[in-house]
Design a protein around this ligand. Structure first.
Ligand code: UDP
Length: 240
């Protein structure tokens, strides 16, 4: 049986997404701030089958002299997938992918943080993926922002991340693991909602110019919705 729905991108009938989601529908999202006692700030985020914890320590003294910046703090991010987070056991320890995601996470968050207020210091962000189902880098960045806010780190804005891409010939938002692996393209972005400044844009696969524009619009729309949930998580913890 082929289930069809109307693709609002083109107005044409297309195959429905595997889980019956509309092309612009995010997976179920839950964000909670302040879930860890010992971290200075923390957050737990679920989106679809992804479960992600973020913990923030600092600002604190940076002992590694070669990394030290005389006029600002450094923001160090470490993304890690638990061995039990994926179907095939993930070999513990860093690999090419986790080093890349740690780097782009740090780059996505850095423009939002007033690092110049903390010379010679470090702010350390740890992202632990407990369960993965496609889109963990975006989930990690979104959770890390909430954890930074929970730690009271002064920021210009709370960075938020969301991906769009192409699966089964359709441009869709927030790809699941199957859509990511079997799909034609994945376009994760991060931005600062207040100014719209994009702090991360990656792409793998192939999109035409038009498809790229559509995917970017979808991802930006997703970021705006997720941003509201980030704010709610902070309000729930600290009140209005
Ligand atoms: N994945 C996996 N094993 C791995 C790495 C990734 O099963 O070692 C899965 C996981 O569900 C992840 C998805 O593949 O979310 C897509 O991974 P990708 O590298 O595109 O990053 P992500 O979409 O998680 O940011």
């Amino acid at each position: 049986i082929i289930i069809t729905n109307t693709n609002l991108n083109t107005g044409t009938e297309t195959s429905a997404r595997a889980n019956n989601r509309a092309f612009d529908e995010l997976r179920n999202l839950k964000i909670e701030a302040g879930v860890l006692e010992r971290a200075d700030g923390s957050a737990y985020l679920e989106i679809g089958g992804n479960k992600v914890l973020a913990a923030v320590y600092g600002p604190r003294e940076l002992f590694v002299r070669r990394l030290m910046q005389p006029n600002r703090a450094v923001l160090r991010c470490k993304y890690n997938m638990a061995p039990f987070s994926v179907d095939d056991r993930k070999r513990p320890g860093p690999d090419r992918r986790s080093v890349e995601i740690s780097k782009i996470t740090s780059e996505a968050l850095t423009p939002a943080v007033f690092l110049e207020k903390f010379p010679r210091s470090t702010i350390d962000v740890y992202i632990e993926v407990l369960e993965a189902e496609g889109g963990t880098r975006c989930a990690g960045i979104t959770a890390a922002s909430v954890a930074l806010a929970d730690a009271g780190i002064p920021m210009r804005d709370m960075v938020v991340a969301c991906a769009a891409g192409k699966s089964d010939g359709n441009v869709v938002i927030d790809l699941s693991e199957v859509e990511d692996k079997e799909g034609e393209a994945d376009l994760p972005i991060a931005l600062m909602p207040r100014t719209g400044e994009i702090t991360l844009l990656q792409m793998d696969g192939h999109l035409t110019g038009d498809e790229f524009e559509k995917a970017l619009d979808l991802a930006i729309g997703g970021c705006m919705k997720i941003s509201e949930e980030q704010k709610k998580a902070i309000k729930n913890r600290y009140g209005e």
